[in-house]
Design a protein around this ligand. Structure first.
Ligand code: MF3
Ligand code: CO
Ligand code: CO
Length: 301
């Protein structure tokens, strides 16, 4: 989802990230994209583990099972797409498959009509960071494509995405796809009760930047369950010990977008498609996860 900062945050207001620091001392510089320096961490201030102001809805065991059922439908679709996404196939045909399969299972594609979005999935090729709209664009040998699917089943949402390599893909592109998958796995490995949301982004950012890549700032993971996008926001960059606490029953996505070049993005005239500013390749993988008493449960696994 797009990184949102509710109203406009004043310099002296608390930062959107939930750190309790003033915005100017926290994410202001990053939000202006003028700096890659992580914000300073305040050592004290987190007395309660769950910040009521953030209105994060904790899910019951029953709700989590509902989200898992929607997530498993999403997984089945993504798995079947491995045999469909190939040279010569259009992204529109991929979208039609997602629609048909979803509806046949008694579910709805959550993106269809969401804030005016016209299709049943997102198809983001090469320099497209996210929210690529399916069209008559044929897949070509050498393309890398992210297909992002969200199913709405019996009132619950499951959101995941994968990368697909089309035909003969360059070594550079393969490596970006692989390291981005590792970023997702490392981010999820940081999910645990009493951990902090910033731990996730830190793990992802460290791995991406070690390989000379950059982490997209403008789009973040999100709470999910009974709504498509809900509190909490999960940046894919950050500092360990920063941000809201993780509490059992929280359900959110981790969905790092990693660019081969710089992290800046721009939105095309269709008002959806986000591409890298510098034209470099971008990759993304996504899971929906739940925080448990002991660690993490990957609902879209
Ligand atoms: N599935 C995307 C996500 O991971 C959201 C797509 S919203 C759309 O959050 F409207 F662009 F489809
Ligand atoms: Co998502
Ligand atoms: Co998604």
């Amino acid at each position: 989802m797009k990184l949102t900062t509710k109203k406009k945050i004043g310099r002296n207001d608390p930062c959107w990230c939930g750190s309790g620091n003033k915005y100017k001392k926290c994410h202001l510089a990053q939000d202006r994209q003028g700096s890659t320096a992580p914000p300073p961490v305040k050592s004290s201030g987190w007395k309660r583990s769950l910040d009521r102001k953030l209105r994060i809805e904790l899910k019951s065991k029953e709700q989590i099972e509902g989200i898992r059922r929607a997530s498993q439908l999403t997984r089945e679709i993504l798995t079947r797409l491995e045999d469909i996404a190939d040279v010569g196939v259009t992204t529109g045909e991929i979208d039609q498959f997602v629609y048909d399969f979803t509806v046949e299972r008694g579910a709805r594609p959550a993106t269809l009509g969401y804030k005016g979005y016209p299709k049943s999935c997102c198809t983001s090729i090469n320099e497209v960071v996210c929210h690529g709209i399916p069209s008559d664009r044929k897949l070509l040998s050498g393309d890398i494509i992210n297909i992002d699917v969200t199913s709405l089943l019996d009132g619950f949402f499951g959101d995941a995405s994968c990368m697909y390599l089309i035909g003969d893909v360059s070594e550079d592109a393969r490596q970006l796809v692989e390291i981005t998958k590792e970023c997702l796995d490392l981010g999820i490995a940081a999910v645990r009760p009493e951990g902090r949301i910033g731990d996730i982004g830190h793990a992802i950012q460290t791995h991406a930047e070690t390989h000379g890549y950059s982490v997209v700032r403008q789009f973040v993971g999100h709470g999910i369950g009974t709504k498509f996008h809900e509190s909490v926001q999960v940046p894919h960059f950050g500092k360990p010990g920063d941000g809201p606490w993780m509490v059992p029953g929280m359900v959110f996505t981790v969905e790092p977008m990693i660019n081969a070049g710089r992290y800046g993005v721009k939105i095309l005239d269709d008002d959806w498609t986000a591409i890298t500013r510098d034209g470099s390749l971008s990759a993304q993988w996504e899971h929906t996860v739940a925080v448990t008493e002991t660690g993490v449960d990957i609902l879209t696994a």
